[in-house]
Design a protein around this ligand. Structure first.
Ligand code: GLA
Length: 730
């Protein structure tokens, strides 16, 4: 609900459990008043008191009221060089060389439905309940305008924000910073929960206090990165999984991003989030608009779990467009860790045959099928089947897989090229590379200039032909290096600051064309595992390979961190061989299954190499997974133990939305002698119903399981685990 009260100049956004209020202040400033738990239509102007604060100046027309300063005012979107010394939202350079923007209210509109952002992924209105508020601000001295977009998803407690910057003048303006949103939280003590990592260890939850300084969560790697996920949470010091206040900020963006969290001299916290301003300089021609990516905001007064549920449902219903949302995904087997580059049709079919016998539905051929790709030094860019490995092309392999009753999937890495490829030999100008400068190599590959229409057309032609001519049900879209050398041969000198941004827009454009042309193909995103795991990619690819680390124990931390923002059905998770290829660790097949089932389940190994008893286990695992697949995909996910307990054990639950069942998973990472018992309280059950633990005679009431909880038996050995299915029986 969006309310406007003209007599007080108040704009109030209500969702089911939150309220967001701002004021069209009489001098034209857009003052942020409140974001937090749902209230009545209270006028929150009373919260803010002005005092004369030394060294915080006053606008010209208010010079005699020394208590009025934009430097101490909570704001919605700030200009630059106009009196607010905190982190700016915008930095624009005008034709006369001046750097300034003093933004004042010029009008607003409230419309039904959800705004869209040209060329960008953004939340969409699946059920016709969203509303949009657009506020126009104008610079006092130039024709620069800023339009602030607010999308209200009432039931999900999510408010989306995005910004359009319009050059209403006759000269070009250069944008050096264009954040999606600014949010001031003037009161309270806050901590930052963010998700950092590295290749093979993405999205590690880290909670740190805020000092009187600025902290940033950012990527300058051209992609959202393994290193800092574009999602942060501000939480009160006492916030836990099921209690306490927290705010989430999730940019819907897959490139360089930056979230700045600054505590000012009065203790007010400012969060500015969106694209990174490093190496960003956008020439905005007269009459043109620049649209920032969107950011999804949410607030919970009842802990991290509620916040996660808001994001999970937002992504499920309003970000992932794929028709596979809400539908069973195939159980797949991928040959990467089984064969790497060394395979031929027969070797792949051998894996597929065994997989079919065990109940796998989809065979995925990974890297190595094209060009002269015998290792990772050559071939990227030549998207034509290597007939030395696959004689007769893909057809015999696909036919063989189909005869086994399975579907076929394929790997591709559209954005990259090897110097040792026909494509590069033909088009060296198609890569990102500064003139007269050796590029940075990573896995011996270079990055195609996705800002170029001719590059995208080439890739579209290659992949649309591949998908049209072959029965391919699944695509793994990979991206295996950080992007550097951001220089495009297709852009003039004064637009080179646009190359990195246009690269991502180009990726989105190609994804848009391919996913729209082939809606029946299930696309899985990947970037060396989870190096581009973000809401922008999920708009196109409803699942993303969560990490190149398939070790079940390491995966616990990766999937736990990921779960704060993203639902389980978005996380690619596979059972792989032991000793694990990334860590050398040995875990039981059972534990590997429990962990991989909390995502889009599959296998990443040569099933022929398993012993007969292991094969029997796989068969049972697949049968078990099929029974709970819908629950994992569409149920509500609960983390049952706190972040600081994760070092020893991890417990999580999927509860059916109708209370009919729950799946509780425990993995002990570190067994202790004479250990305290592991006890949890279940969530999401019907208190009045009775539940039986599958495979046993134990029966409990929902109320008992949720209040008294459940005590696990003591588990022994290396990395033991337990998966319990509670079924409603009365
Ligand atoms: C990346 C992916 C892997 C695999 C390889 C192939 O690292 O994350 O799963 O596809 O590329 O080169």
């Amino acid at each position: 609900m969006i309310l406007y009260s003209p007599q007080d100049g108040l704009l109030t956004l209500h969702t089911a459990h939150t309220t967001y209020q701002m004021e069209l202040e009489p001098h034209g400033f857009l003052r942020h008043l409140y974001y937090g738990a749902r209230t009545d239509n209270a006028d929150f102007r009373y919260l803010h008191r002005n005092y004369d604060r030394g060294y915080s100046g006053n606008p010209a027309e208010l010079r005699n009221d020394r208590s009025f300063s934009v430097d101490t005012m909570p704001q919605e979107y700030t200009g630059f060089n106009a009196g607010d010394f905190r982190t700016p939202s915008l930095r624009a350079v005008h034709a006369d060389g001046s750097y300034a923007a003093d933004l004042r209210y010029a009008g607003h509109e409230i419309v039904n439905g959800k705004y869209a952002l040209p060329g960008l992924p953004a939340a969409f209105d699946r059920d016709g309940n969203a509303m949009t508020l657009i506020i126009t601000l104008k610079d006092t001295a130039t024709p620069l305008q800023v339009r602030l977009y607010y999308g209200v998803f009432e039931e999900l407690d999510v408010i989306t924000r995005a910004t359009e910057i319009v050059n209403g003048g006759t000269d070009a303006v250069y944008l050096e910073k264009a954040a999606s949103a600014c949010m001031d939280i003037p009161f309270g003590k806050w901590e930052l929960l963010h998700f950092h990592g590295r290749h093979c260890m993405e999205r590690q939850a880290e909670r740190v206090p805020l000092g009187h300084n600025a902290q940033t969560v950012e990527s300058r790697r051209g992609a959202s990165s393994h290193h800092h996920n574009p999602f942060v949470i501000l939480c009160a010091p006492d916030t836990r999984e099921y209690a306490g206040e927290c705010y989430g900020f999730m940019p819907v963006w897959s490139g360089n991003h930056k979230t700045e969290v600054e505590t000012d001299y009065l203790g007010s916290v400012r969060v500015v989030t969106g694209i990174h301003d490093s190496q960003f300089r956008w020439k905005l021609e007269p009459g043109q608009s620049f649209y920032t990516p969107e950011v999804l905001l949410s607030y919970s007064a009842t802990g991290f779990s509620t916040l996660s549920h808001n994001y999970h449902d937002m992504i499920r219903y309003h970000i992932c467009r794929s028709q596979y949302v809400g539908k069973p995904r195939s159980i797949l087997v991928n040959n990467w860790e089984a064969t790497f580059f060394t395979f031929d049709t027969e070797r792949l079919l051998r894996i597929a045959r065994e997989a079919a016998k065990l109940g796998v539905d989809l065979f995925v051929m990974d890297d190595g099928w094209f060009g002269t790709r015998n290792d990772d030094n050559s071939g990227l860019g030549d998207w034509f089947v290597d007939e030395r490995k696959l004689p007769g092309g893909l057809r015999p392999l696909i036919e063989g897989v189909k005869e086994l009753g399975m579907k076929f999937g394929i790997w591709m890495e559209p954005e990259m090229v090897n110097e040792d490829s026909d494509l590069y030999r033909r088009h060296p100008e198609w890569v990102l590379r500064a003139p007269n400068r050796a590029p940075m190599y990573c896995r011996n590959q270079l990055v195609l200039d996705m800002s170029r229409e001719d590059v995208r057309q080439y890739l579209y032609d290659c992949f649309s032909t591949l998908l049209r001519d072959n029965e391919i049900s699944y695509v793994k879209w990979d991206m295996n290096r950080s992007v550097s050398d951001m220089y495009s041969n297709a852009l003039p000198a004064d637009r080179q600051g646009e190359a990195g941004h246009r690269y991502v827009l180009g990726v989105y454009d190609l994804l848009e064309r391919l996913t729209q042309t082939f809606p029946d193909v299930l696309f899985e995103g990947c970037a060396g595992g989870g190096g581009r795991f973000d809401a922008g990619m999920l708009y196109y690819t409803p699942q993303i390979w969560c990490s190149d680390d398939t070790d079940a124990i390491e995966r616990l931390a990766i999937q736990h961190g990921t779960s704060f923002g993203y639902p389980a059905f978005t996380m690619g998770a596979h059972v792989s061989a032991c000793p694990n290829q990334q860590t050398g660790r040995v875990t039981s097949m059972y534990t590997r299954g429990v962990v991989a089932m909390s995502g889009t389940f599959g296998y990443e190994l040569d099933l022929n190499r398993l012993s007969d008893s292991e094969k029997d286990e796989v068969r049972l695992q697949i049968d078990a997974f099929k029974k709970v697949e819908a629950l994992i995909r569409d149920g509500i996910y609960y983390r049952l133990n706190e972040l600081e307990e994760q070092e020893f054990y991890s417990v999580w639950e999927f509860a059916a939305r109708d209370g009919s069942e729950a799946l509780v998973n425990l993995v002990v990472k570190h067994v202790l002698a004479n250990a305290p018992l592991c006890h949890v309280r279940l969530k999401g059950l019907d208190p009045a119903a009775t539940y039986r633990v599958e495979g046993s005679d134990s029966v409990y009431s929902g109320a008992a399981l949720m209040s008294g909880g459940y005590t696990f038996p003591m588990l022994w050995g290396d990395y033991p685990s337990m998966q319990l299915r509670f079924m409603r029986v009365g």
